[in-house]
Design a protein around this ligand. Structure first.
Ligand code: PEP
Ligand code: CO
Length: 446
């Protein structure tokens, strides 16, 4: 069946806002279609090749960042801390797994959120739900909540600013493995895990010096680390606007991000999101929640990766600590029977969201760890490779998830809770999780 960047429009599209003026949406999409892309097809193809290697067990993928970026948080400190924690985690993972790590940020475009309700009522006033800064604002007034298409342009610009800063930092040497001190976060010294992290840093420094002494030169390629971007391809007019053909390559690319993913609520086989995703050449990911059935998954494999293209498809399971051991095996069997290769990745966050007695959204570190451990167990038992992890985190010292080495409790949540949407791991919890994964993934090698 014919595909075009607009063919999704003939299908039912869930999670889309109700704009007051359709013509203005088209004007903005038209304008964005002429602006330069945020990423290139070379980078996208490089990531696809790396994902193919991960699917074959030779790399590990780390994907992380905020649940939702906000326009306000588009500032240097915030972006740099996110890079720092991802770099630190990846260092721990490289050390533990002895594999190259692919770093993918949930950033430079993670501005749209799925919501369970279209409307929100407070004190008798009903307004559209907040759907992320790409669509409307979080404040509870009509002016803030009415969807505004100009926000797509603001989002595109913020994504460009974010990416520009990240690229400059990386090119300037921020991620140089000779200088892990560049990534220290202010409160690292007080962390219960600081000593362990320092030992890892020293051991990597030693290996680097050893190799350089042997080679008689600096080790060029390992000096450089790459970062790729990803976001939930939820808001289809935004995705469409950046979907282009490029010279000397076949097909269409979504040039707003390297790795777009389909959320759990937008992977209906007949829906607009699957229609859009099937036609682009990027590597893509699909979130697999507890409602997924073998039959549905088979349909997705057929539509999204009919040719079994290496590196094309990543499946991110997010089933919850209570359900994963029962639900994951039949899904793994389904993929195995289909004869297709995917990169398996675990999101231990979204199946473990809960509310405290006072109604605050949180996640318990123990449940996050438990889902991850079970994920490693199930894949090991079935002979598949768990090659990635997907987490919501921040480099800031927030108190949004309970537990971890410092033992955050429900009472602590009131102190530094900043997320408008899902609760994120803070720096210490994220590093602790990386150590745990490194331990588990490293064991598999022995
Ligand atoms: C998310 O990643 O923030 C999200 C909403 O995930 P899911 O689609 O898995 O619920
Ligand atoms: Co989230």
């Amino acid at each position: 069946m014919d595909w075009s960047p607009t063919s999704w429009r003939s299908r039912p599209a869930s999670q889309q806002p109700d704009y007051p003026c359709a013509r203005e949406v088209e004007e903005v999409v038209g304008l964005m279609s002429r602006l330069p892309p945020l990423v290139t097809s070379w980078e996208i193809e490089a990531l696809k090749a790396q994902i193919a290697e991960a699917a074959a067990g030779r790399r590990f993928l780390l994907q992380g960042g905020d649940c939702a970026e906000t326009f306000e948080d588009c500032e240097s400190g915030n972006i740099a801390s996110k890079l720092k924690i991802l770099l630190q985690m990846s260092l721990v993972l490289v050390h533990g797994t002895r594999k190259r790590v692919i770093r993918v940020g949930r950033f430079a475009g993670q501005y749209a959120k799925p919501r369970s309700e279209d409307l929100e009522t407070r004190d008798g006033v009903t307004l559209p739900s907040y759907r992320g800064d790409l669509i409307n604002a979080a404040g509870f007034t009509e002016a803030e909540r009415i969807p505004d298409p100009q926000r797509m342009l603001r989002g595109y610009e913020r994504a460009a600013l974010t990416l520009n800063f990240i690229r400059s930092l990386i090119d300037g040497g921020f991620a140089d493995l000779h200088h892990p001190e560049y990534w220290d976060l202010g409160f690292v010294k007080h962390s219960p895990r600081a000593a362990e992290y320092q030992r890892i840093v020293e051991s990597i420094g030693e290996s680097l010096r050893f190799m350089e002494a042997l080679a008689g030169t600096t080790v060029g390629e390992i000096n450089r680390v790459d970062f790729f971007t990803s976001h939930d391809a939820l808001h289809l007019p935004y995705e469409q606007a950046q979907t282009r053909r490029v010279p000397r390559r076949d097909g269409w690319y979504n040039l707003s991000t390297h790795l777009p993913w389909l959320g759990m609520r937008t992977c209906d086989l007949d829906g607009a999101h699957v229609e859009y995703m099937r036609g682009i050449s990027n590597p893509i990911a699909v979130k697999i929640g507890p409602g997924m059935t073998p039959r549905w998954l088979n349909g997705l494999l057929d539509v999204l990766n009919p040719e079994n293209t290496p590196g094309r498809l990543m499946l991110i399971h997010r089933l919850g600590a209570g359900r994963i051991s029962e639900m994951l095996p039949p899904l793994i069997e389904t993929v195995r029977e289909s004869g297709r290769t995917v990169l398996w990745c675990c999101d231990p966050m979204h199946g473990n969201t809960e509310r405290t007695a006072s109604g605050i959204k949180t996640r318990n570190f123990d449940h996050i760890v438990s889902e991850l451990e079970q994920a490693f167990d199930v894949h090991e038992r079935l002979g598949t490779y768990l090659g990635g992890v997907h987490v919501e985190l921040t480099g800031e010292n927030v108190t949004e998830c309970i537990g971890g080495a410092r033992g955050l409790t429900e009472e602590d949540l009131a102190r530094e809770y900043k997320s408008q949407v899902d609760p994120r791991l803070n720096y210490e919890q994220a590093l602790e999780l990386a150590m745990l994964i490194a331990g588990r993934a490293g064991e598999l090698e022995q």
